[in-house]
Design a protein around this ligand. Structure first.
Ligand SMILES: [Zn+2]
Length: 314
């Protein structure tokens, strides 16, 4: 069942290898060309609903495979450390990490941005944007023949992510998440909400404090850190929606970040990449790929550690 998607193969190897540390859940099955693919969720650490929780998500867009690769590289490092580093073992007695490495398996199988229904899963949530919108790009309802289609209804994948968050994230006293994308701009951007409005995000103070902490800790970091609406606004942003849903359940802090890896610089450095569709969204040269796998480990580790010290940023 896993055979056609290399990322699900890698995930399977990881879950087999660290089965003592990971809880694996099948969140749904998504069909593409007659084959069913699983949506897999992972849970590491404290099982209490209120435990501080870090969410690590990737593979929302089927062409942006590198996001899932960075995610799996990070999980591999972390689980490897958990098997010998006592500090990490005790960290996970207090805290939890939850992850969906491939949110859009049918997009991966079909090698396209949208899911099997032609719906862009980052435009599908029930959140309406208002303000300066980009025609098409911000999300539309014309149909799946164009990218950025919002769809007519909530997709199975969107529901599954929400149900997973409801189970592991909504009751958490402190939650931070990051969703890994690629394909926009020359710089690696770290976005925080909102995507649907230019109004200030309710936990903006906490965002500013944790960003300040990050900048003090890593003064030479590479990220352009900004609210998503500085780049562009969208309808149906999944993380805007989950934040709003979590607030209905429990108004404790939740900081959802999005990493948008600036893939245009990979194309600039290697223009031939432009002629392969996946090349626009993923580093092709071996050394650049390896660099990308290393490049974000400290950011992910910083955000994960952040759930354990909310007194420093809340
Ligand atoms: Zn994306």
């Amino acid at each position: 069942m896993f055979k056609k998607i290399p990322e699900l193969n890698e995930l399977q190897k990881l879950t087999d290898r660290f089965s003592n540390l990971l809880q694996v859940e099948e969140l749904g099955q998504i069909e593409a060309k007659g084959i069913k693919y699983p949506m897999v969720g992972l849970v590491i650490g404290n099982k209490s609903p209120t435990a501080p929780t870090f969410g690590l998500f990737g593979g929302v867009h089927g062409l942006e495979r590198v996001g899932s690769h960075v995610l799996l590289a990070f999980l591999n490092m972390l689980l490897e450390k958990c098997s010998w580093d006592r500090d990490w073992a005790s960290f996970f007695e207090r805290n939890r990490l939850v992850s969906i490495p491939v949110i859009n398996p049918s997009g991966f199988a079909l090698n396209r941005r949208s899911n099997n229904n032609g719906v862009d899963l980052m435009r599908n949530a029930p959140v309406e944007a208002s303000g300066k919108l980009l025609w098409g790009v911000s999300g539309h309802r014309y149909g799946g023949f164009m990218p950025w289609y919002r769809g007519k209804e909530l997709q199975t994948e969107t529901r599954a992510v929400e149900a997973f968050a409801q189970k592991y994230l909504y009751q958490s006293q402190t939650a931070i998440s990051i969703d890994l994308h690629s394909g926009f701009g020359m710089k690696d951007r770290l976005w925080y909400p909102w995507a649907h409005t230019t109004n200030p995000f309710p936990h903006l103070g906490a965002i500013h404090r944790i960003v300040e902490l990050f900048e003090k800790t890593y003064p030479y970091h590479i990220y352009k850190i900004e609210p998503q609406h500085h780049s562009y606004m969208t309808h149906g942003d999944l993380w805007d929606w989950l934040y709003l849903e979590k607030q209905k359940n429990n108004n404790s802090a939740y900081l959802p970040f999005t990493l948008e890896m600036g893939s245009w610089m990979w194309v600039k450095k290697n223009p031939w990449q432009f002629f392969s569709l996946s090349g626009i969204f993923n580093p092709v040269k071996k050394h650049r790929y390896a660099r990308t796998m290393r490049r974000h480990l400290h950011l992910l580790e910083f955000l994960l550690k952040g759930i354990d010290c909310p007194d420093k940023w809340l």
